[in-house]
Design a protein around this ligand. Sequence first.
Ligand SMILES: CC(C)(COP(=O)(O)OP(=O)(O)OC[C@H]1O[C@@H](n2cnc3c(N)ncnc32)[C@H](O)[C@@H]1OP(=O)(O)O)[C@@H](O)C(=O)NCCC(=O)NCCS
Length: 170
Amino acid sequence: MENLVIRHAQLTDATQLCNAERETAKTPGLLVSRPGEFNTAAFERKILALKDDGLYLVVEWNDQIVGHALLEPMGLEAFKHVMSLTIVVHPDYVGQGIGHVLMTRLLQWAGDRPGLVKVELRVREVNRRARHLYLKFGFVEEGRLEKRIRLPDGSLIADITMAWFAPEQS
Ligand SMILES: CC(C)(COP(=O)(O)OP(=O)(O)OC[C@H]1O[C@@H](n2cnc3c(N)ncnc32)[C@H](O)[C@@H]1OP(=O)(O)O)[C@@H](O)C(=O)NCCC(=O)NCCS
């Protein structure tokens, strides 16, 4: 895809981002939250929080937001060297390289951030596309949390924990 614009998320994006995640969540096995569990206020809070400490990016194509991704701190002093990654390419735009573009930008930022040692994420075992993307960007599987996610049909699936380690800073 050409003419993608990547920028920092703004408060006014919250409704669109919330709607996109709600839509994404209609497909079981991608996100953990169910469609009814999203609200705009939570998106606004996160956008504000990450302005000061973290990274919240959106990607636009033809003036339309087509994906977003974030790196957030984990709160405690002992975890200061670790950030948690979330990425969502919006429905209708998956499989066209946008995830690749967002991951490139996130990990460039992570690699440049003083003191950052590790980026963590969790991905559902059935989410082959996401797992492929993470492996491609150098994430390693660290663990498997069996029967962690209940899908709407009642079945239980595993969550995989993955991590990326920043290159040593000289
Ligand atoms: C996972 C996600 C971020 C990937 O972004 P994307 O823009 O769709 O992915 P890209 O087009 O950049 O790349 C997808 C890669 O996966 C591969 N792929 C696609 N479907 C696949 C499958 N079923 N199994 C394995 N690999 C697959 C593609 O071939 C491509 O790899 P390549 O670059 O080596 O050819 C995006 O699909 C998404 O947000 N999905 C919904 C929400 C979600 O799952 N978020 C992650 C939660 S942990």
